[in-house]
Design a protein around this ligand. Sequence first.
Ligand code: AMP
Length: 284
Amino acid sequence: MTICKTRKDTARLLSQLRQKDKSIGFVPTMGALHKGHISLIKTAKEKCPVVASSIFVNPTQFNNAKDFEKYPVTIERDIEMLEEAGCDFLFLPPVNEMYPDGLQKNEYYNLGFLETVLDGKFRPGHFQGVCQVVELLLKIIQPDVAFFGQKDYQQCMVIKKLVELKQLNTEIIVCPTLREASGLAMSSRNMRLSDEQKIKAARIYETLVYINNEIRNGATDLVLLKEKSKQYLIAEGFKPDYVEIANANTLELMNEADGKTQLVALIAAFLGEIRLIDNKIIEM
Ligand code: AMP
């Protein structure tokens, strides 16, 4: 695997590959890799002859300074995992390579409604930072296809919107969420959970499955279902930011199941200091 730390070398090396008519698949990450990230690399390998990844803990997308400071870094192990998975290229820039003029956000991305709900509401500025870094990465790597995890459901919608706003020439593929045997969605932040908290954290997925089952069994009052689920998580020691059920295509929040709209249930909740998110598309 070739490792490059500068934009210039990365753009040059990848354009050589592109000239040989090889399509490039790209998996951006913030490192502290786990099997969920590796599943994206594997999917990229199935679809593209060249697979590039990036590791960059983007400071502009953290709305909480402590979360940024404590974000896990396991770079040597990450490189081993990427090599083992068959990744061809790693872009590993330092902060001043990505933001030579400082961390200010010079551009406002008009994400509309998407930025007013769920993580858009609870993490002000987060998706602006995501757009800032993803636009930069897509312009440097210029991938034919980029792969993102459904684990970050709203982020996937934001990135599709970014590609549309900026008319970028990259196809976006959303890949399924990899889970621990307990159901807990794999996440770099799980490394910061104690063993006891890891067991407890599986309650989030259990709650999503409960919501799914209730709707499948005919529940239509989603206000009640959301409230019951939220109270359950609170009783289990979580501090939920939200327990929501939304239109899976637009993220419009739903108060009633109409039997026609494709729904998605989404949860964000703190367990101790760690904020966990997960979601499940409702299967009928
Ligand atoms: P991150 O390093 O957390 O920014 O994640 C990098 C990419 O991996 C994003 O597209 C995430 O949605 C995706 N990802 C994170 N966790 C998982 C998971 N458990 N399963 C599949 N993809 C994931």
